[in-house]
Write a protein of this length. Sequence first.
Lengths: 356, 571
Amino acid sequence: MQGSGEQFPPGDGAEELPEPRAPHRVIGTPPPARARTLLEAPPQEERQPAERWLPAEPSNRDQAKRAERVVAALFILSMLASIGFIAAYIGLEVGSVGATATSNLWLGLSMSVAFGALAVGAVIWVRYLMPNVDLTEARKPLASSRQERAEFEETFTEGAEASGFVKRPLVRRTLIAATIPLAVAPIVLLRDLGPAPGTSLRHTVWRRGMRLLVFGPNTPLRPADFAIPGQMITVVPDGYEDNQDALAKATTIILKFAPGQLKPPTVMNWTVDGIVAYSKICTHVGCPVALYEQTTHHILCPCHQSTFDAARGAKVIFGPAARPLPQLPLTTDAAGFLVAASDYHEPVGPSFWERG
Amino acid sequence: MSKTTDALLEGTGRFFDDRLRVARPTRAFLRKIFPDHWSFLLGEIALYSFIILLLTGTFLTFFFQPSMTEVVYHGAYTPLRGVRMSEAYASTLNISFDVRGGLLMRQIHHWAALLFVAAIMVHMLRIFFTGAYRKPREFNWLIGITIFTFAIFEGLFGYSLPDDLLSGTGLKITQGVLQSIPIVGTYGSFFLFGGEFPGHLIIPRLYIIHVLLIPALLLALISAHLFLMFHQKHTQFPGKGRTNANVIGAPMYPYFMIKTGAFFLFIFAVLALLSTFAQINPIWLFGPYNPSGITAGSQPDFYMGALEGALRIMPPWEWNVFGHTLAFNVFIPALVPLGIIFGGGALWPFLEQWITGDRREHHVLDRPRNAATRTGIGMAAVTFYGVLWLEGANDIIAHQLQIPLFTLTWIARFAVILGPIIAYWVTKRICLGLQRKDAHLLEHGVETGIIRQLPTGEYVELTRPVDEDMRAVLEYNRVGAPQLTGPPTDADGVPSPGARSPLGRTRTRLDRVITEGIPVEADGHGNGHGDGHGNGHAAPAAVTAGEQEGGRPAGPGPDQGGADGGDTAAH
């Protein structure tokens, strides 16, 4: 068809009959469907109209008449709601909590009604305005016939033979050899997504002499300021109070105990006047351990309920965490403020392969 | 139709057909039959939630700034004015309070995400319990599981974007879990976050994954899912006249088109209504993320609950060997429970095929009771998941019910193992009981309540046979009736050598378990025909796909009647 270079007149899709469409040859009574055809086919041969598939009228006409009015009412309701939505958008400003709440209420309500009325109307339309049908369609086996399979096999084999892929091993093997590094290349390309971990997970920013600042007000603390046993507060390293990357590992809790309450394996040399410091980062998956129960000295992680005994070196009492919270060595500086005596002696936070 | 409309339609139709030659395929499309059942709407809920997610999500991208640059907030929400926060959080506040309709779109987006995942879950349960995953629909089952997996990640990543305290905590947990994976975990975490947690790259990266990468994959998978459903035609429940060789229902045009359009609007209306009256994820109450802060009783979105619960009930096992740390307490709960459910789900259709040797096409659904073992296994999985899911909220449950938290965790540790076993057993007994009831109905008919005294003085209750519609439903694919059962044998009934190997014997034993059921007596008294012999309309005519490669030869016996009658007819 392309090769012939023949031009078909517009509006004619048929290959066999490149005749102009009009006039129709009408033999006998034209089928009723002809007058309403959407895609006027060329008059190849007179097509007998197929038997009606769907009845044109609903089974219950009275019901349909009532339903029609309901459907129309719902569609009008939807229209009004949509107009209401536009009006609410234009008329209601946002910019404060109260104004946003009002705007959200009217926008949401009008939107719900606009969609909902349309949906209900359409369902009533299908249910009561359209005839009930239950039609059967045949289901053919999904697999191809033997012949189709055989033909496919022939075509495939012919192609394979013509390509020489089978009989030219040199081409085949070098092609396979070429694709392997090609597949590796994009993986290599992703290498610079992030730095290698190195030993960074083993350290925090805590250094000898670094002051403990109370989280929030960011003020240093003397042991005397924190004198009531049973308290727990969060502290951050001086100079890093706004550094999220540093805080993600270095956030620490300090707890005050009465004399004699602290027991091993708490390292007593690392405490100051019954004040002990532990990492706030849970050794399970790294949530901040934020809950403290004074009477039992239990520190509880709110994420997965790992429970640590603060009086006994924060050892695990319950829950999925496997290791105690690391203890931060404390001392005081010349001005009498609480400071770190060193960094943590072991990695803080959740476990990792290289931790050892 | 008026003359102008006619002309317009004719013109449009001709315009396309001249260029595309689509009259015939489009007509076939318009006439495509869709069977009707409420449970077939579950997948549609997921589909339409996805479309609503695309629409509302696109709106949100016009205003959201996926940046972790620190800014000082000066927007409409007064309690947070002057607070330092990331641009991501500040722009989410702006969407909520400074963009008209922004809060509504945000809430619809979140509710639609929950509905999307929930609908996928319920849809998959429907597919499993009715056996709709069986040949030829295994591909679509696998695509569905992949969609489900992506949907969970999509939800998690989207939830992490606003950079509020809750989402930051969720991200920290994700990072901790990733870091625990042996050998690759630490590198994986550093590559994903561009260094240590939290860094400055994670939100832009999650953003592009959330708005482009996963949605594109989901769109492709959903298209494939729909295409296959369309190509293979929808399954149908057993009923009068419904066989493996037909599909009964209403045509696409105009019925299904309008119904499904209405359903889309209805889902949109429900989501809009929820977003009007049910507040979700009020990030302004949580505050910006800070690694030192956390709130008690915080909960992830519901689809993360099972993972959360698995993390909570795991005992604190950790090994240090050869200078390496194996955090069993983290990576086992993170990978194993969902691995069992997703992996087991993916393998099940093939395992079932191998055990039963049933390689026929199935287009008529099973009633769950008629596949007692499968239903039992499904309920075991539901229980397993359910215990983990509930345990994900153990702090809230403990608080509400005043049960000590540790006691509750110990209960869950046992329940996660014993629960599925009990669920399997109980479900199977219930299914067999229901089968027995159905068999009774078929054999003795429906009780009428009329008592008659016989001449001998004996009283009997009259029964009437079950009607045609019900008989078609009750009889379809009863275990013991039209099933291919029994070990693979040759023509003389001698088991093949393969069947005598340990693997073969295991298979035979599993086959006996999987096909366990209450048979309907072949010559059931009362109503005559029992198992569909010669009962053309009710008998499941199996359409076989060419050869039954590797399929067990149909063993001799009276069992073959119903299914194989149709089988041979199809050849």
